[in-house]
Design a protein around this ligand. Structure first.
Ligand SMILES: *[C@@H]1O[C@H](CO)[C@@H](O)[C@H](O)[C@H]1NC(C)=O
Ligand SMILES: *[C@@H]1O[C@H](CO)[C@@H](O)[C@H](O)[C@H]1NC(C)=O
Ligand SMILES: *[C@@H]1O[C@H](CO)[C@@H](O)[C@H](O)[C@H]1NC(C)=O
Ligand SMILES: *[C@@H]1O[C@H](CO)[C@@H](O)[C@H](O)[C@H]1NC(C)=O
Ligand SMILES: *[C@@H]1O[C@H](CO)[C@@H](O)[C@H](O)[C@H]1NC(C)=O
Length: 447
């Protein structure tokens, strides 16, 4: 595997001809004025803290803010490898011969102002004896669940496989009586097909409520009961001591919930919600969980996992061929000579290239751009609103993951469409678990 530069190639960004052509001069002038604009905006702000403190795990450290640092040496021994049987074939990038499958593991998350050490599976099993942990959500939560399973399985092989509380899959590490389970649910809320003849039939039984939808022109679609949990996890809150939820991808899945042909039709207390809600308004199961969770349960909601389709969506030939993370925005926060050169280089590009090279993360995710992956931040906006004032802890993994365009399975293993949504295993969700367990430990210490 060829070694790659740890940084985003600032060297290759230096303009190659050192004599200043008129065009380059104009670019440089623009760059300088741009630089002063930036300074102007910042004049009233306190001086920025140094980018990296030594490893101080201060209470104020935000594990979710930071950058990825390349380290040639891979942790040894690895937490787990491609031989872990739970890894879904499509996510096994090493076995699937993805060109950068091993390189993915060389990038380490460095939170600003502290460190996020890899969690220690032995200590974790010891500390969380007699505990049950439930992952509830879509396949991205399964991706995270498998990462945790493989890490624990590597150090403790006596495992009972079963399906606790209706889970899709679950395992108890017998020596520690620690259970982890995955409950599969796309929307969290219960849903099913809602057809016009069905509606008439249901109408007769429940007293004419569906007629409202018909009168609004809805003939066909999916009925989503926003206050009723999917059966796959309805029993999970009674069962688990720790719960980690996610949802989001299916709320923006027009191939299933076509906004015109088969829209989402929201019901609450069995009655259609009118006027109809937009999809994101439906993704709430907060009060159900709070009411039904065990007394001292620890509740997490994980933020949205970003996709990295470029050049179209998954069914439009979109792909994710990058072999390095996207450039961090922090490059703009260090006003030095290198950045000036960087900016002038950017300005010499065409408009399209400019946004592509110089604002990589924003280009893919800013809501203003309305790009292929825009749902990432839209989901989060909704989640933050829905969870405000609740008992849920928010596990913010979006920011760190937005950089990792390199860490999806892409075409590994010969798929029909590139997978730019799930993550290679081993890979990024290992870091999500480091974050999850660091947070869990801090809560346990406080209690
Ligand atoms: C931590 O950083 C994330 C990512 O930038 C941000 O969304 C979140 O609000 C921050 N949390 C706090 C408590 O500042
Ligand atoms: C890279 O990782 C190794 C082993 O974990 C560590 O000893 C070393 O300090 C790291 N290097 C850098 C530049 O962070
Ligand atoms: C990956 O490469 C190995 C060795 O070249 C080969 O045996 C194997 O079939 C390849 N796997 C896939 C999924 O292409
Ligand atoms: C095993 O752990 C569960 C919680 O996950 C607990 O309810 C049960 O009592 C434990 N069993 C034993 C034998 O300690
Ligand atoms: C965003 O793009 C989608 C599909 O390209 C389009 O249907 C939608 O109207 C756009 N939304 C906004 C706010 O521009």
């Amino acid at each position: 595997m060829a070694a790659r530069a740890p940084h985003h190639g600032s060297k290759k960004l230096v303009p190659s001809n050192s004599s200043l052509s008129p065009r380059a001069l104009i670019s440089l002038l623009c760059a300088i004025s741009l630089y002063f604009c930036f300074s102007l905006f910042r004049r009233d702000a306190p001086p920025p803290p140094p980018l990296f403190h030594p490893a101080v795990a201060s209470g104020s450290c935000n594990y979710s803010e930071g950058r990825w640092i390349y380290n040639q040496s891979i942790r040894s021994p690895p937490r787990y490898d491609h031989t872990c049987k739970e890894i879904f074939k499509g996510w096994n990038c090493i076995a699937g011969n993805k060109s950068n499958a091993v390189d993915i593991l060389r990038w380490r998350w460095k939170p600003r102002g502290c460190d996020l050490p890899p969690f220690d599976p032995w200590r974790f099993l010891e500390q969380f004896r007699d505990t049950s942990i439930g992952f509830v959500g879509d396949s991205l939560n399964r991706n995270m669940f498998v990462s945790l399973f493989c890490a624990l399985r590597k150090v403790s092989a006596e495992v009972k496989k079963w399906r606790p509380a209706g889970a899709d899959r679950g395992f108890t590490f017998l020596k520690y009586n620690l259970t982890i389970a995955y409950h599969r649910t796309n929307l969290l809320a219960r849903y099913g097909r809602h057809a016009v003849c069905g509606a008439n039939y249901v109408d007769k039984i429940i007293g004419g409520t569906s007629g409202i939808l018909e009168s609004l022109g809805y003939k066909d679609g999916y009925r989503i009961d926003v206050d009723i949990p999917d059966g796959s996890w309805a029993a999970a809150p009674h069962f688990h001591d720790v719960l980690i939820f996610n949802t989001g991808h299916w709320w923006w899945a027009p191939s299933k919930f076509d906004p015109v042909k088969t829209p989402m039709l929201f019901f609450k207390k069995g009655v259609p919600v009118t006027p109809p809600l937009t999809p994101n308004a439906g993704l709430d199961m907060v009060s159900f969980v709070e009411k039904n969770a065990r007394k001292n349960a620890i509740l997490f909601f994980r933020t949205q996992s970003p996709r990295h389709f470029e050049g179209g969506n998954w069914d439009e030939g979109g792909s994710c061929p990058r072999v390095q993370p996207l450039a961090p925005r922090e490059q703009w926060d260090v006003p030095d000579a290198k950045i000036l050169i960087y900016i002038s280089h950017c300005l010499r590009k065409s408009k399209q290239e400019l946004t592509f090279h110089c604002f990589q993360v924003e280009h893919l995710f800013s809501i203003k751009n309305n790009g292929t992956n825009v749902e990432t931040r839209l989901v989060n906006e909704h989640l933050y609103r829905a969870l405000e004032g609740s008992k849920f802890q928010i596990l913010e993994i979006t920011r760190m993951s937005e950089f990792r365009a390199d860490a999806h399975p892409s075409a590994a293993g010969g798929k029909r469409h590139d997978d730019c949504m799930h993550w290679c295993l081993p890979g990024l969700t290992d870091t999500w678990n480091d974050l999850f367990i660091a947070r869990l430990n801090s809560i346990k210490v406080r209690n």
